[in-house]
Ligand binder design. Structure first.
Ligand SMILES: Cc1cc2nc3c(=O)[nH]c(=O)nc-3n(C[C@H](O)[C@H](O)[C@H](O)COP(=O)(O)O)c2cc1C
Length: 201
């Protein structure tokens, strides 16, 4: 697939077919994405991939987190149970959840480098997945900031940063593209002491 075509046509996917992606295809995507740039060759990304029955435990931990965060506080028992079941079904219907995390470097500059590299890795995953006919949604849900959730999935939050959960599966529906703004609106060219707005050419 042409690079520009992949960049422009990739969409965030919210609805998936009820089928697993071939394990080899998934492994290829996560493996090829490792060619992302990363300072000091730390390759700071790590993945926990929840699928099949593994999603049940994951969904429970997500709902426990929403509960702790007071998401259901304004509802009676019956309503909140219904909401929890809705979230559970929603999560179980997504074929794969790839939780992407990294070690926290105590040096802020290195932490930012690592975070940037992990984001580059994620975008590689998105583009490679798109090329393979696999849809992805890059999510940053509140439970990624819940220390108890991190502990629940076996990661000490003082050592690890949870970056994202990538929802993955074969797309059921591909949304229309959302418009992007011309870069000229955001770009200045500083040339021979003169600052100019970039023109359309
Ligand atoms: C860091 C980051 C976090 C995101 N978090 C969410 C999210 O939590 N939920 C969601 O529906 N989309 C999320 N998105 C996807 C964006 O909403 C999406 O990229 C945007 O609407 C543009 O659509 P497109 O990806 O189809 O071009 C996130 C994207 C990024 C880069």
């Amino acid at each position: 697939m042409d690079l520009l075509e992949a960049i422009k046509n990739r969409r965030s996917i919210h609805e998936y077919k009820n089928e697993q992606i071939d394990r080899k295809v998934l492994k290829q995507i996560f493996s090829k994405a490792c060619w992302a740039p990363n300072h000091r060759m730390k390759e700071p990304w790590s993945i926990k991939l929840y699928q099949g029955d593994g999603k049940k435990d994951y969904a429970k931990k997500v709902i426990d987190s929403y509960d702790r965060e007071g998401f259901f506080n304004n509802y009676d028992h019956q309503k909140s149970n219904k909401m929890k079941e809705g979230i559970r079904q929603f999560l179980l219907n997504i074929p794969h959840h790839a939780l992407i995390y990294m070690e926290r470097d105590s040096d802020q500059r290195k932490y930012e480098e690592d975070y940037a590299a992990v984001c580059a890795y994620i975008q590689n995953v998105q583009l490679l997945a798109w090329e393979a006919g696999v849809g992805v949604l890059w999510t940053t849900s509140p439970y990624l900031h819940d220390n108890d959730f991190a502990r629940d999935i076996g990661l000490d939050p003082s050592d690890y940063k949870l970056v994202s959960v990538l929802q993955m599966g074969h797309p059921l529906r591909i949304p229309n593209p959302k418009k992007r703004n011309p870069i000229e609106n955001k770009m200045q060219i500083i040339d021979s002491g003169e600052t100019k707005k970039a023109d359309a050419n």
